[in-house]
Design a protein around this ligand. Structure first.
Ligand SMILES: CC(C)(COP(=O)(O)OP(=O)(O)OC[C@H]1O[C@@H](n2cnc3c(N)ncnc32)[C@H](O)[C@@H]1OP(=O)(O)O)[C@@H](O)C(=O)NCCC(=O)NCCS
Length: 296
């Protein structure tokens, strides 16, 4: 007889299994979603898996009450990890093992993570295209904003000269927190300490506008925030200039509130696609802003 999974707090020793579970869950989702079109699903590279583990360890360290797993006799069945930053609740990851989905495990995990966010005025999560996920989020009161992404190789001839952007460091964390508060009402706080150690950081700090972007190793933004569109546009071009001429680059997590970013991507001759939603509670889609999937 199969045993119902138990919902319990995540522990540090769960992290490798949690990483594998999420990699399998998203691989299977991509395989179903994109079976007949680009992109081909791929399992995470060793580098991506290690980065994923660092992000979840950091979340578990700072928000142990927001991180939950479901477990049965055979091991981990599901995970929901969430964080709180200045009255903002953020869902970092949410997956149930393929084959065990659609039986109510996700609802129990999400309820546990949501209860950690009780009292928060705002909520944010990056929703996949899975109809089961969309159903859960809407039933939990989130507004679903359809999301787009752009991909391809950057046409180098379109890259402008960007003059106001400089390299950033941990000494820019106060600046970044104040940009965050202005654009999305809450600062990333301790998450900047991790992100500055994981990603290249570029910054604009002028009287005419300020902002920052963390750059993906393959180019494109991991997270970008700015006080106006011109500054955001400069930062986005800088992240695209980092891409290599023969490697795929992407700009993920674009909402219709960020058409300035679509215009940059189209000019760089990237292709535009739709995928999932930005799900929000108590707030409008931030702009100019390109959110991170984990720290939003
Ligand atoms: C999203 C996910 C975590 C939800 O976990 P789950 O255990 O499947 O969730 P539940 O069974 O509690 O809820 C799923 C809901 O969708 C319904 N459902 C089941 N199969 C469905 C289908 N094929 N299409 C639409 N809805 C479906 C269920 O009836 C249930 O709704 P109800 O409780 O109102 O009856 C899980 O499906 C998953 O891992 N998906 C792939 C990864 C993913 O997209 N994660 C979300 C990242 S944002």
């Amino acid at each position: 007889m199969p045993v119902d999974p138990v919902i319990r707090p995540m522990r540090l020793e769960d992290v490798p299994d949690v990483e594998r579970l999420t990699a399998e869950g998203f691989f299977e989702l991509d395989r179903r979603t994109y079976a007949r079109s680009w992109p081909e699903p791929t399992l995470r590279s060793d580098r991506a898996a290690a980065a994923w583990q660092r992000r979840i360890q950091h979340t578990l360290q700072h928000d142990p009450g927001g991180c939950w797993v479901a477990e049965d006799d055979a091991g981990l069945v599901g995970v929901a990890a969430s964080l709180k930053r200045e009255l903002m609740w953020i869902l970092a990851t949410f997956v149930v093992r393929p084959g065990e989905q659609g039986r109510g495990v996700g609802r129990q995990l999400l309820d546990a993570a949501l209860s950690y966010g009780r009292g928060c005025l705002r909520g944010m999560l990056s929703a996949s295209a899975d109809p089961k996920a969309a159903r859960r989020y809407r039933l939990a009161g989130f507004t679903l904003h359809p999301s787009m992404f752009m991909s391809g190789t950057v046409d180098r001839s379109t890259l402008p000269v960007v003059e106001r952007v400089r390299e950033g460091s941990t000494s820019d964390i106060d600046l970044m927190n104040s940009v965050d508060r202005r654009v999305r009402d809450s600062a990333h706080g301790v998450d900047h300490e991790l992100l500055t150690s994981m990603y290249r950081l570029v910054v604009v700090d002028r009287s005419t506008g300020s902002g920052y972007a963390y750059v993906e190793p393959s180019g494109g933004p991991y997270l970008l925030a700015a006080t106006n569109r011109r500054t955001a546009t400069d930062l986005l071009w800088e992240t695209l200039a980092t891409s290599s001429p023969d490697e795929q680059c992407s700009i993920d997590h674009l909402t219709a509130a960020n058409e300035w970013a679509l215009d940059v991507g189209l000019e760089a001759r990237l292709d535009l696609h739709t995928n999932g939603y930005l799900a929000l509670r108590g707030m409008r889609p931030p702009s100019p802003y390109i959110h991170s999937g984990h720290f939003l």
